[in-house]
Ligand binder design. Structure first.
Ligand code: FEO
Ligand code: CA
Ligand code: CA
Length: 554
């Protein structure tokens, strides 16, 4: 076992800090170590000079790169919804760029397009003015919070080198937790339509140019206890029906198809969806993580066949019927959550396939699926098609820094029921990053990793060495494979989410989510970040925003 493999293995077992100490022990007779040292790494990718970790309240980029702010929380979008003027929602997360000519073909337009942006959760202090000392939430406060989650579709273009939003075009609109009504399709289609969407974390873009938006922590909204309780059940008329959330929602930014929730993909704390359809039978295959301690990795394989000449609605309908599998990492096997194939599910009391989908976690547990340390984004390598899965952390296991798995389907076949896997990267001071969350690839096969140390833990032990959350570039081949090079550092207490490139890779879009999240009083003295409107001498309320980064010379 190489030193790198040993380090990875020990970190997987929650022994990462021990592994690091082992590697920095002095040779016999040498000085005792006084600080942890980073493993020497190779030459960074040639397109940027890495930056150092930073605790500054700014979005730091390498020399030669700059950013434009495309949309900030609470900005008017120039269109009206059922409640009047629509505004950009709170806590932008996943985003996907759709070239404006995506449906007509030709060279994808990388200068004008539509951006789908998730709005994951409210910060009640900023959004509704609610203070935990106030006890119950009012109806008005809950309505404000329902209006700030879901997603936005904004029309953007690059003019003279700068990205800007084009307000109020025919595509500009919001999805909120109040509207529109979204029907459920697939095995649980007997459930009523949902009032909009909420908890929209990460997601994916389909080959037919729709957005898949993943409903993650839907159980926080009715809750009345815990730090993430949004107390919508304080007003009985505002309580959400939890059966209608925790799904993958499909939205057509081009407005040709209404939004739907795909129940064949299961109900859990969905992080994102990564899609392939290049198996021997051309089935549509979707990989998905359930982001919670000790939850599972899933794969959906469609019953129908993906063909380029299907219509967009026909392609979308492939997500209605198929087999949902869950990963058993000990047997290296995908186990079907299928009542017709599983005595264990019937023995566990499941009577209908709809019930299996609604109570997906219980069904996966009954099959003996392997609990993982918060499976977040999964993405498919553009060259070798292996699946990379970010496991953020699991403090309950002493795994504070997380790791990234690389999974290879047997025979390279995404429809296979067996696989192999390895630990590609272990978080920790030795690799320079902690808590990998959102990931994406550029077309050269570099893995881009956004980190999510929680804002209350940032810049404190054991996260002190990493400073603010960063965005890293990790080559996956060559002498530097697995080395993390820092590309960006975010403002205080933020997480950088939703990295997405235009097709020509001249622009990288990024959500700056929850800057100043530890703010306890909504005033100049209380704001713990001033980004993006303030500066050291000028206090300003922090605002989650989407930026467009340019300067790439590949
Ligand atoms: Fe919303 Fe799993 O991050
Ligand atoms: Ca995430
Ligand atoms: Ca996260």
């Amino acid at each position: 076992m190489s030193s790198q493999s040993r380090r990875s293995f020990l970190t997987c077992l929650g022994l990462g800090s021990y592994a690091t100490l082992m590697d920095t022990r002095p040779s016999r007779g040498g000085p005792a170590p006084t600080v942890l040292t980073r493993r020497p790494r190779g030459t960074p990718p040639s397109f940027f000079a890495p930056i150092e970790a930073s605790d500054a309240d700014e979005l730091k980029l390498p020399n030669g790169f700059r950013y434009d702010i495309i949309a900030k929380w609470d900005e008017e979008l120039g269109c009206n919804g059922p409640l009047g003027a629509e505004k950009f929602g709170f806590n932008c997360d996943f985003l996907a760029y759709f070239p404006i000519n995506a449906l007509s073909g030709g060279v994808p337009n990388s200068d004008e397009g539509l951006l789908w942006v998730n709005h994951e959760y409210p910060n009640p202090l900023f959004v509704s003015g609610y203070s935990p000392l106030a006890g119950k939430k009012t109806e008005q406060q809950i309505l404000k919070e329902k209006h700030c989650v879901g997603g936005s579709i904004v029309h953007i273009r690059r003019v003279k080198g700068r990205w800007e939003r084009v307000p109020g075009t025919e595509f500009t609109r919001r999805i909120t937790a109040l509207y529109p009504d979204i029907p459920l399709m697939g095995p649980a289609s007997m459930l009523p339509a949902a009032k909009g969407s909420l908890a929209n974390c990460s997601g994916g873009r389909t080959p037919w140019f729709t957005a898949l938006s993943c409903e993650e922590n839907f159980h926080h909204y009715n809750a009345t206890t815990g730090v993430d309780a949004y107390r919508w059940s304080d007003q009985p008329g505002q309580r959400i029906d939890e059966r209608l959330y925790g799904w993958v929602v499909e939205i057509d930014p081009f407005k040709q198809m209404p939004a739907v929730k795909h129940t064949a993909l299961g109900r859990f704390s969905h992080e994102n969806v990564a899609i392939r359809h290049d198996g021997p039978n051309n089935k549509l295959v979707c990989y998905m993580g359930d982001d919670a301690n000790d939850q599972y990795l899933y794969k959906f394989v469609s019953a129908g066949v993906y063909r380029d000449n299907l219509t967009r609605p026909q392609k979308s309908a492939l997500l209605h019927t198929g087999t949902l599998y869950v990963a058993d990492m000990k047997e290296c096997r995908w186990k079907p959550l299928d009542l017709t194939r599983s005595e264990a599910l019937r023995a566990a009391g499941f009577v209908t396939q709809a019930d299996v989908m609604v109570r997906c976690r219980e069904a996966a547990k009954a099959l003996g699926a392997t609990p993982l340390d918060r499976p977040e984004d999964c993405e498919i390598h553009p060259l070798d098609k292996s699946l990379y899965v970010a496991l953020t952390n699991n403090a309950n296991h002493g795994n504070f820094w997380g790791q990234i798995l690389r999974l290879i389907e047997d025979g390279g076949n995404p429809e296979s029921e067996t696989f192999q896997y390895e630990i590609f990267l272990a978080g920790g001071p030795q690799s320079g990053l902690a808590c990998p969350d959102n990931i994406t690839f550029d077309r050269r096969g570099n893995l881009w990793v956004g980190c999510d140390m929680s804002s209350s833990a940032m810049n404190k032990n054991p996260y002190r060495p990493f400073k603010n959350n960063g965005l890293f570039v990790v080559p996956t081949a060559g002498p530097n494979a697995g080395d993390a090079f820092q590309f960006a550092s975010g403002p205080k207490e933020c997480e950088m989410t939703g990295p997405w490139f235009t097709e020509n890779e001249e622009t990288l879009f990024l959500s700056i989510q929850h800057p100043g999240e530890e703010t306890r009083t909504d005033d100049a003295k209380g704001w713990t970040s001033r980004w993006p409107d303030g500066s050291p001498g000028k206090p300003a309320r922090p605002r989650p925003s989407v930026v467009a980064i340019q300067g790439f010379k590949w």
